[in-house]
Design a protein around this ligand. Structure first.
Ligand code: FES
Ligand SMILES: [Fe+2]
Length: 373
């Protein structure tokens, strides 16, 4: 992020501390509980958001060399992502072109050839069909050129490999955030640890919990609340995405520093909520990637992945401590999302209420509606 922008955000935080206030929306918001229960609506979200918009498959460090591959389960089915024998990243539907078997059953590995476990049709790392046992006699009409693996568009950007529908303009989708996301330098990070769990909550309840700081004092009193101001955060919207800034209690130290030394990451938690459901929690010296995958209207699988600079990866105890604090804190959030989901069936609330201090929540509601209504 440009220094000018960091200073502007930190100044805004300092002003709010002095005013004892937070960024306020114009009015309260209301969110009908059907948003979290309606199966048809959920299916529309999967179709229009999760099957089309950019979804990160893996961190790029996971397939560093030629032949390295990962198999990722997505809303578009199982996707095989690999680096071919020329070093180019490719992704394919993990489906054999003979009778449709899942081609690769391991979730990771290194291979220059993929051999189907059923009848041994064989594909190159570029997806071409290169082997058909008894092909000449049994498949005389087979057009091998047309029978390679079916490609999935993949983009390597911001340190991740993304699956994205052919008609989405990737750069345009992240307009306004490219410089900041590039500035995180995540292509020179690596995965330190990953925790994956299933939570019984609609994905939007999880997303909402990540977009306000009103809950910190109560919900995170056992973990990180003491490090933050109560009910103080600011957010900005970039198309469908949100950036929020939560000042830490060391913010006062800025007063004794020249502005050209103000560094946002040292005095705040910076969060990018990339629509539909990728969150980057930017800490002073590392980044946590929260990857959520809705499985049902009331179930979301969430992976918490700590990314650390590759040059400092050997500080294992330090990163472990950080990873454990983050996962403990996020479990507090996800358990509360489950708690809300559990209460919906009672009908006690027809709608959930968003305060003026939770203004990013109705904004997210509008974004979802803009894609699904
Ligand atoms: S289904 Fe793959 S070779 Fe037959
Ligand atoms: Fe939280």
């Amino acid at each position: 992020m440009q220094q000018k922008e960091q200073v502007a955000l930190l100044r805004k935080c300092l002003e709010l501390v002095v005013a004892g206030s937070t960024q306020l929306g114009e009015r309260q918001g209301f969110s009908p509980i059907s948003r979290y229960q309606d199966v048809a609506g959920f299916e529309r979200e999967i179709e229009r958001l999760f099957r089309r918009l950019p979804v990160p498959l893996v961190h790029a460090s996971k397939i560093p060399g030629s032949g390295d591959f990962r198999v990722v389960e997505t809303h578009r089915g199982s996707i095989l992502v690999t680096r071919d024998d020329q070093g180019k990243v490719r992704a394919f539907h993990n489906v054999c072109r003979h009778r449709g078997t899942q081609l690769v059953n391991e979730d990771r590995g290194c291979a220059q050839r993929f051999v189907c476990p059923y009848h041994a049709w064989t594909y190159s790392s570029q997806g071409q069909l290169v082997g058909v046992p008894h092909g000449d006699s049994c498949f005389p009409e087979l057009d091998r050129e047309q029978s390679g693996l079916v490609p999935v568009r993949v983009e390597q950007r911001f340190g991740f490999l993304w699956a994205v529908a052919d008609d989405i303009r990737f750069e345009e989708y992240f307009a306004g955030l490219e410089v900041e996301l590039d500035g995180l330098g995540l292509e020179s990070h690596q995965v330190f640890a990953e925790d994956r769990h299933l939570w019984r909550s609609n994905w939007k309840l999880v997303a909402e919990g990540g977009l306000e700081s009103y809950h910190f004092r109560q919900a995170h009193k056992a973990t990180i609340a003491p490090y933050f101001y109560d009910n103080l955060s600011i957010y900005d919207q970039f198309g469908p995405h949100f950036r929020s800034v939560l000042p830490k209690r060391n913010l006062d130290e800025l007063k004794s520093l020249p502005e050209d030394e103000w560094r946002l990451r040292d005095y705040t938690h910076l969060t990018y909520a990339l629509f539909p459901m990728m969150t980057l929690l930017v800490q002073a010296d590392h980044v946590v990637w929260v990857h959520a995958k809705p499985l049902a209207v009331d179930q979301t699988e969430i992976a918490v992945i700590t990314l650390v600079p590759s040059s400092e990866a050997d500080r294992k105890d330090y990163w472990r401590t950080n990873h454990d604090i983050t996962t403990a804190t996020l479990k507090e959030d996800f358990a509360l999302a489950e708690s809300i989901q559990k209460g919906l069936v009672s009908g006690a609330n027809q709608a959930l209420t968003f305060g003026r201090n939770e203004a990013a929540l109705p904004a997210l509601q509008q974004v979802v509606e803009s894609y699904t209504c």
